[in-house]
Every structure is written in C-alpha cells, then in structure tokens.
Design a protein around this ligand. Structure first.
Ligand code: BEZ
Ligand code: FE
Length: 269
C-alpha cells in the first residue's frame, strides 16, 4: 500500500524531532565544537554533490537495518537484501537461452556459471509471468560502469521465466570487489578504519503480478569477505553452493559451475 502525503507528514513530525534529539545528545556528550560541526556539514554536502548518500547509508549498515525493518522475516519467502547504488535503469531484455555478458579482455581467466531455479508464490504455485532483473560484477574489473573494457550493460539484464516458473541464465562467477573509495565515503571509511570489500554476489530484482517485488543478493561459500562484508548484507539463507562440472556436459571447452536459487515471493497486500 502506498503512503499518502498526510501519512508522510505525520511520520516526519514523529521521527525527525526524535532523530535530532538523539544527535543533540551525542553532540553534547562529546562537546562537539563549531569547527567540528561545520566539518560534518561540509562532509555531508560533499556526499550529496558526489551522489554518495546511498553508499553512505550502505557502509554505515543503515540500509541493512532499514531492509530488516521493512521486510518481516518469513521462512517461506526468499529473504530480501539491500539494493545498493549500482543498479542501472532499463537494462536490456535477454531472450532464452539467456546469457548476460560478452567476453572481454580480462574475462578469460573467469569461470562460466549457470544460475537456475524456479519462481513461485510462498504457497508453491509457479509464477509464469515473473520477470528477473540481474546485475553483478564480472570476474575482473568490477561493474561495467567502472570498466572501460566491458560493453554497456555487461553482466546486467532482464528476462522472463518458463510456464512452470523456471529460469536459467549464463553468467560468470563474480569476484569480491571494493565499493567506490575515490569520494567522500572512501575518506570516511579510511578515517574509521573500515575496509571497503564486499564478498562476491549477484543482485536479483524479481517481480510478478499480485506479489511483492523482491530485491535480494546471492552469495557463495568460502568467500574471504562472507563474515566481513563492508555493508553487512550477507544472510546465511542467501549463501548458495557452486557446483563444478566438466565442460563436456555442456559442450564447453573449460569446466563450468552451476548455482541453484529458487525464489519464493509473498502475495501482495
Ligand atoms: C553493491 O553491491 O553493488 C554495493 C552495495 C553497497 C555499496 C556499494 C556497492
Ligand atoms: Fe554489487
């Protein structure tokens, strides 16, 4: 249900004074000086100019908290997770057999991965009108938007599912990467001694008629940053094994991996 303007104003009137009171208490406790407070305001101005407020929310684990508050834990539905700042609107529609990338200089040492599963409602009914939207890094160079070697929308794409709700897409096993560190949020991380690494993951947005949209991420076991994600977004239920196969099983000239990830959506309302 969408929030009306009146409901929004009521929430602002309730929450903002309490948030300010909490900030005032911290300022008093630490006897913050005018000079320090102006440095805070200059930092926040810079965060806004650099379009890094989502990133700041993520690395301070605020996004994870708000995700938890917004989506009640429900064992029958797939767990949600933070969207992050790196989604790009209007990714290309990919027809079956779905492949979401082109090879590029740097991808040759990576491993091919087929991710597959079924999209259902929490009661187990298949959702044949589901649409899946994926974004992830490649095996080298991070996201396409940072890496000149990759074509636009590499490792991104939207696609449908079968009559029985099944999907499969071909990608490559992503690698851990650092969130952007060249702006004010990077300076903040450095100042507080927090590393910038995220474990390898694949982002999913899944929609289907009559169901709540799901934004989530899939992680892989044995990643060095699984216990130590800079945005704290790893949920055990979203860690999925990678299974190694001989290339001959799919006519490939190198071994490849598969990962099974079924998606269960809550009915809307
Ligand atoms: C990401 O996973 O794409 C991401 C999340 C939070 C901050 C930066 C990047
Ligand atoms: Fe990501």
């Amino acid at each position: 249900m969408s929030t009306t303007a009146a409901q929004s104003s009521e929430r602002v009137a309730q929450i903002v004074p309490e948030a300010l009171a909490a900030i005032h208490e911290v300022l008093e406790h630490h006897r913050v000086t005018e000079e320090e407070w102006y440095a805070v305001l200059a930092f926040l101005t810079e965060v806004g100019r650099a379009d890094e407020f989502v990133l700041l929310s993520d690395v301070t684990r605020t996004s994870v908290l708000v995700d938890a508050l917004s989506h009640e834990a429900d064992e029958s539905a797939t767990a949600s997770d933070v969207e992050g700042p790196l989604y790009v609107q209007d990714p290309p529609w990919r027809e079956a057999p779905v492949k979401i990338y082109e090879d590029y200089e740097g991808s040759e040492d990576g491993d091919v991965l087929f991710v597959r599963g079924t999209v259902t409602s929490t009661d187990g009914t298949a959702l044949p009108d589901a649409v899946i939207d994926i974004w992830q890094t490649g095996p080298s160079g991070g996201y396409d938007i940072w890496d000149e070697r990759q074509p636009e929308f590499n490792f991104r794409g939207r696609f449908g599912v079968s009559e029985r709700g099944q999907y499969e897409f071909q990608t490559m096993v992503p690698k851990p990467y650092t969130v952007p560190t060249d702006g004010p949020v990077g300076r903040y991380l450095e100042a507080i001694g927090q590393h910038a690494w995220r474990p390898a993951h694949i982002h999913f947005k899944v929609t289907a008629g009559g169901h709540e949209p799901l934004v989530t991420q899939v992680f892989f076991p044995e990643d060095p940053y699984l216990e130590n994600d800079t945005i704290g977004a790893v949920k055990p239920a979203l860690v999925r094994p990678l299974e190694r196969h001989d290339g001959s099983e799919r006519g490939l000239d190198a071994p490849f991996f598969t990962c099974d990830f079924d998606v269960s959506l809550r009915a809307a309302g």
